[in-house]
Design a protein around this ligand. Structure first.
Ligand SMILES: CC(C)(COP(=O)(O)OP(=O)(O)OC[C@H]1O[C@@H](n2cnc3c(N)ncnc32)[C@H](O)[C@@H]1OP(=O)(O)O)[C@@H](O)C(=O)NCCC(=O)NCCS
Length: 144
């Protein structure tokens, strides 16, 4: 697989596939909303985001996130990983997570964290790559 930096200049290469994929799962994305979401992350100062492409040039998925500096640690926050439908379940997501780990280690980050749906598929996917659920952090929100 090949990896290319995802930045403001090539958002267009993934945005249509993103909308098509999530809307086929019941989402209500528009090109404008999806462009805004992806742009928010990939234009951050410490963004580390990339597109995954197969050997024959097909875009299989992408990943976006950013480094977060604290007093005692530099960590990477994974905002989102997507493998498009027809490429799922072939190991591409796992390979993308491995590629990410190599890059963030090379940039001196010591930890990757993320929030994901609490279901069996996501738990299995991340656990397979060595991720464990946090025991002392709750996600809190207020909806209005
Ligand atoms: C989650 C996701 C990135 C995984 O990518 P992937 O390339 O399909 O994953 P892999 O093929 O590397 O491996 C996934 C593992 O989860 C399982 N898995 C993958 N897709 C699955 C599905 N739709 N249902 C059930 N299990 C699934 C596979 O069995 C595999 O485990 P195994 O190797 O022990 O058999 C991909 O399914 C995806 O993009 N989903 C939609 C977006 C999403 O939910 N992103 C995560 C946001 S937190």
């Amino acid at each position: 697989m090949k990896y290319t930096k995802l930045d403001e200049n090539n958002i267009i290469s993934v945005v249509e596939k993103y909308v098509e994929y999530y809307n086929s799962e019941g989402g209500v994305w528009t090109i404008e909303k999806a462009t805004r979401r992806i742009r928010q992350i990939v234009t951050m100062q410490d963004s580390e985001s990339f597109v995954q492409t197969s050997e024959n040039g097909q875009i299989t998925g992408f990943l976006m996130g950013y480094y977060k500096q604290f007093d005692d640690i530099l960590l990477y926050y994974l905002e989102e990983i997507v493998v498009f439908k027809e490429f799922q379940n072939k190991g591409y997501g796992t390979e993308m997570m491995e590629h990410l780990e190599t890059i963030v280690k090379a940039n001196d980050a010591e930890h990757i964290e993320l929030i994901c749906l609490n279901d069996r598929m996501h738990n299995h996917f991340y656990e397979k790559s060595g991720y464990t659920a946090s025991k002392n952090v709750f996600l809190m929100g207020k909806h209005f």
